[in-house]
Design a protein around this ligand. Structure first.
Ligand code: ZN
Length: 65
């Protein structure tokens, strides 16, 4: 009785969903890029490369300094 999920096949509707991309200008290098979210005015938008640069890397699991 531990297994409650007996629905059989579960289809995920998330597949085949085209992702919407928005054109934006990278705040770092100034290149035109496409982002998978709507650029907000006043907020910096980065292209893929710069996004990687600006994203803090979460390496390791020690969050305390
Ligand atoms: Zn850039």
């Amino acid at each position: 009785m531990a297994y409650g999920n007996t629905n059989g096949g579960n289809r995920d509707n998330y597949r085949d969903q085209p992702r919407e991309y928005f054109k934006a200008i990278c705040s770092d290098c100034g290149k035109e890029c496409e982002v998978p979210f709507k650029p907000t005015q006043g907020r910096p938008v980065y292209c893929r490369d710069c996004f990687k640069k600006h994203q803090p890397e979460n390496r390791g699991h020690d969050r305390r300094f």
